[in-house]
Write a protein that binds this ligand. Structure first.
Ligand code: CP
Ligand code: NVA
Length: 309
């Protein structure tokens, strides 16, 4: 029954050429109704403001019908197995998007392979965010290759997908995190395999020196509440203050996937300052999602209804 569907569990499930095509479709203001009569299942084990609504509106703009499904309702591995939920939803929906605690859950959904599966954030990765991040920088600079970005803070899901995406786009990426919180050697190897060179440091000043963009994310991700105090203590020197941001290039832009904690990982005068692009970045979640879904529909045009016929 495996059909060889294209899945997006991490940004490098796309080739660089495909990534470029998705970003071009994201920038196209006249989407075609490629999802007319189709549904997209959006399963969320964690809360969301941007991901849920950007996906819902992207599906609508392509002529399809989005269905929000709370994790509690379907009970992944509680009410029934991840695989059985996936097979059931695959019978009704053209594509399954899922925000999960354990990355393994989206891997298991993709392994069923009855429908394309898109990772809407796991503990390991956030490829839909990385698409919007590149789209935002492309709008800013035109060409991404040769540009540089520093991520300061927790080397988390957002950081990892950003590092891979930046490497695919030919950008230099530096990550500043306290010992034990940076990306690991396997991540650095994967960046290298994508043609990039990941610079990891414990010095935020070194990381941001002269870069074209500075990025941060929350210090405590959802699902890490038990480690909150430890992480906040470890990351206290890693906030993006105006003083730190001043070390980047004079026209450098600031990015944050949101939600933000002003006064923690970013100072109010940076995130609310003239070089912040966070609201454009947030809106771009919808345009990027539309580009990705459009590309998937082009790659595997929906035929008939149901997964078994
Ligand atoms: N950036 C992001 O994924 O935001 P939400 O958690 O609100 O979806
Ligand atoms: N890294 C955070 C925010 C992502 C949008 C999390 O996983 O909750």
């Amino acid at each position: 029954m495996s059909a060889g569907h294209r899945h997006l569990l991490e940004i490098d499930d796309l080739t660089p050429a495909e990534l470029d095509r998705v970003l071009s479709l994201a920038a196209d203001p006249s989407p075609r109704p490629v999802l007319a009569g189709r549904g997209v299942a959006l399963v969320f084990e964690k809360p969301s403001a941007r991901t849920r609504h950007s996906m819902e509106m992207a599906v609508v703009q392509l002529g399809g019908h989005p269905s929000y499904i709370s994790g509690i309702e379907v009970g992944l591995d509680q009410r029934e197995s991840v695989e059985d939920v996936t097979r059931t939803l695959a019978g009704y929906y053209w594509l399954i998007g899922a925000r999960v605690f354990a990355h393994r859950s989206v891997e298991r959904m993709a392994a069923v392979d009855w429908r394309p599966v898109v990772n809407l954030l796991s503990d390991r990765s956030h490829p839909m965010q990385a698409l919007a991040d590149l789209l935002t920088l492309r709008q800013e600079w035109g060409v991404l290759a040769g540009r540089s970005i520093a991520y300061v803070g927790d080397g988390n899901n957002v950081c990892r997908s950003l590092a891979f995406a930046a490497a695919m786009a030919g950008m230099d990426i530096r990550v500043a995190s306290p010992a034990g919180f940076n990306l690991d050697d396997a991540d650095a190897d994967r960046v290298a395999a994508l043609g990039g060179a990941l610079v990891r440091t414990e010095d935020p000043v070194e990381a941001v020196a002269g870069v074209d963009a500075v990025y941060t994310d929350v210090w405590v991700s959802r699902g890490e509440e038990a480690e909150a105090a430890t992480k906040r203590d470890a990351l206290v020197r890693f906030g993006v203050t105006a003083e730190l941001f001043a070390g980047a290039a004079p026209d450098a832009v600031f990015l944050h996937c949101l939600p933000a904690h002003r006064g923690e990982e970013v100072a109010p005068d940076v995130i609310d300052g003239p070089r912040s692009r966070v609201w454009r970045q947030a809106e771009n979640r919808m345009h990027a999602a539309r580009g990705l879904l459009w590309w998937l529909a082009e790659s595997a045009p929906p035929a008939g209804h149901g997964a078994l016929r």
